[in-house]
Design a protein around this ligand. Structure first.
Ligand code: GLY
Ligand code: MN
Ligand code: MN
Length: 453
């Protein structure tokens, strides 16, 4: 942690890595082809107000270029440079209102473009760059407006066919190559993700320390946001969930406006984003600082299932083994607690756990919180390899209205979520800085209350 007043250390992806990624993608492209990707558009929130700008993850992955109204063209073998970037021109008046722009000079100098053109000239220039190439790699379907522009550019080439213009014959989905690359994190990516995880861990600790009955869920959200911004994160990686009492049983709860009451649990699922890399942490703790016996029983069962999942993650193990481990432990535990009745193997075969544990144990994590990458290859679960990053997030949610369980269990919702990277021998937990056992959580909360008294 940086000392009071000292600058926050900034972790980011080095320029050389973006160059390496572009080269790696171009090396996988068929001969005589071009890849074209648009930047994310600015999204209007209402009238003159815009949403905070977030670059498209694929565009960011290949360029690190943070501006809207830009297009990347990668043209392996092009004599005047393989990496062409179209972007906004410098404009002193617009920059006075909206902030600095890299311009074409900045695109080359600061972002490694071999050649840069004004975005306003793209209709005149890009058809000429596409012409004569056999294949166009593009993310078809994700940017409908850009797809229409692309067809316009292709039609420009077609309209000149009688003059000898050669339109491309094939369109290839870029996602397949790019998303497989994104699945394997480099050392620099893991470093950025570890940094995001550490900031998010501090945010969860701060929320636990600040928790008191009578506050609202949004009071704890404010504690999270404070640590995110203080750590240098521009924004959360997704809408924070702060769910107290019965709200903890709503999986994507985001209202965050209920009052915290003694006797209830509060489930917080929140993580920040650093340099477009996500973290994703869930902790569940008692508003009062002390778990009730039923809350503790459910909590420790979820924790045990998470530990079983960690043991099932490593090179050579397949994607679903972690999930299967959580289902085994949770089903056994629910039978022991009397929440499920029957033979464990039969209950697993019929997926009886889904009444209480209705999601999967995790997802790929990276530039997108639910990151890209296939979970199956050739119909089989993907085998884990070093550098893959994923979440491990089992949960048990007992609906407040479930008539089939004793009243004492109702309204208890627990999820515990950590982020891991697959290593050569198993996995490294990136989010280990937040207390997790019942004893650790109760001790942290008790200490915060003593200090405040
Ligand atoms: N926060 C979204 C998730 O855990 O998947
Ligand atoms: Mn989450
Ligand atoms: Mn998650």
């Amino acid at each position: 942690m940086s000392k009071k007043g000292s600058p926050v250390p900034v972790t980011h992806i080095p320029k050389s890595e973006y160059a390496r990624r572009r080269k790696a993608l171009m090396a996988q492209m068929e001969p005589n082809s071009i890849a074209i990707l648009p930047a994310a558009a600015v999204a209007i929130r209402n009238r003159d107000v815009e949403h905070v700008y977030r670059q498209d993850s694929d565009f960011q992955y290949l360029s690190g270029f943070p501006e809207p109204e830009a297009v990347i063209a990668l043209i392996p073998g092009r004599q005047h440079g393989e990496y062409v970037l179209f972007c906004r021109e410098r404009n002193p008046e617009r920059e006075l209102w909206d902030g600095l722009r890299a311009g074409q000079e900045g695109a080359v100098r600061d972002y490694g473009a071999d050649d840069a053109f004004p975005i306003a000239d793209i209709d005149d220039i890009l058809p000429g760059l596409i012409e004569g190439r056999d294949r166009v790699y593009t993310a078809m379907g994700s940017h409908p407006e850009f797809d229409r522009h692309l067809m316009d550019w292709i039609n420009v080439i077609r309209s000149k066919a009688n003059l000898g213009s050669q339109p491309p014959n094939e369109f290839v989905a870029l996602d397949h190559l790019l998303h497989d690359m994104r699945l394997y994190k480099s050392a620099a990516e893991v470093k950025v993700m570890r940094h995001a995880a550490q900031i998010s861990a501090r945010a969860h600790v701060r929320a636990m320390q600040a928790c008191r009955a009578g506050l609202h869920e949004f009071s704890l959200e404010a504690e999270l946001d404070y640590e995110f911004r203080k750590g240098g994160a521009k924004m959360p990686a997704y809408g924070s969930i702060v769910a107290a009492g019965r709200n903890s049983c709503i999986l994507h709860y985001q209202q965050n406006d209920a009052v915290l009451r003694d006797g209830d649990l509060v489930l917080i699922d929140a993580g920040c984003e650093i340099d477009c890399y996500a973290s994703d942490i869930t902790r569940t703790f008692p508003v009062s600082g002390t778990f009730s016996p039923e809350q503790k029983a459910i909590y420790e069962l979820v924790l045990k299932s998470q530990e079983a999942a960690f043991a099932a993650i490593g090179p050579g193990k397949h994607w679903n083994q972690a999930h299967e481990a959580t289902v085994q432990v949770i089903t056994e535990g629910l039978v022991q607690l009397g929440l499920l009745q029957g033979n464990v193997d039969e209950l697993i075969a019929t997926e009886a756990h889904r009444a209480f544990y209705m999601h999967r144990a995790g997802h790929w994590l990276g530039m997108d919180v639910h990151d890209v990458g296939e979970y199956r290859v050739g119909g089989e679960w993907r085998v884990l390899e070093p550098g893959m990053t994923l979440t491990v997030e089992p949960g048990i949610y007992i609906s407040p209205d479930n008539p089939h369980v004793a009243k004492k269990w109702r309204g208890i919702g627990v999820r515990i979520e950590d982020d891991v990277v697959v290593t050569r021998t198993g996995c490294e937990i990136l989010t280990g800085d937040v207390p997790k056992t019942v004893a650790e959580i109760e001790a942290l909360m008790a200490q915060a209350r003593t200090e405040a008294a």
